[in-house]
Design a binder for this molecule. Sequence first.
Ligand code: GTB
Length: 217
Amino acid sequence: MTITITAFERSPDGGKGLARDTRLRWALEETGQAYEARLVSFAAMKEPAHLRLQPFGQIPTYEEGDLALFETGAIVLHLAQSHPGLLPGDANARARAIAWMFAALNTVEPPILDLVVAKFQEGDRPWAKERLPLVEDRIRHRLVQLAARLGDADWLDGAFSAGDLMMVSVLLRLRPSGILDEFPRLAAYVARGEARPAYQRAFAAQWAVNAAKPQAG
Ligand code: GTB
């Protein structure tokens, strides 16, 4: 059955792989699933046809036969549970890998998204200069804890899993800030994720869409 995801017609990151369709592309590649990407404009995302798939008017979405899903966490989990490659066979290890997915999305990503808001949406407010270091320190606090848990291991809990896919994807969003480089273990962890052939294919697929379309301004 054909799998179709949606992605930006033109990603604001110009092809750096930071938009969330890259997570899906990566999970699809890790699990060996062929897929098509339907590209949508910002205007089309707010139209009823897309809102039926994604109630918040965002990308990405996932369609496979009569299944339509939104939320990257739910989609990656669906792929990981439906195909071998992203979750361990042992029930407890599987549960722990899923816990790492939730940790990436619920514990590590929120302060990182807060930084995006602080810089790009609130950067011109009179209090922005005072707020920014607080936001950055909340990220550092999480990264200290994450680096301590990772230690010298390659991945968070044994073999590479959907938990690592999600954590690496979340940490990548931090790279432009320079904060990731303050944590060499985590920077190396992210680089290991990026070096995976499945990530390389995912990155190349989104690059092929976005690199050909230079950003305005
Ligand atoms: N919780 C949802 C999920 O995980 O699926 C969040 C989806 C989401 O944030 N989608 C964004 C979107 O559609 C695109 S990925 N935004 C348009 C809108 O809300 O109107 C987030 C994103 C956007 C841009 C960059 N960038 O330029 O670097 C990176 C990531």
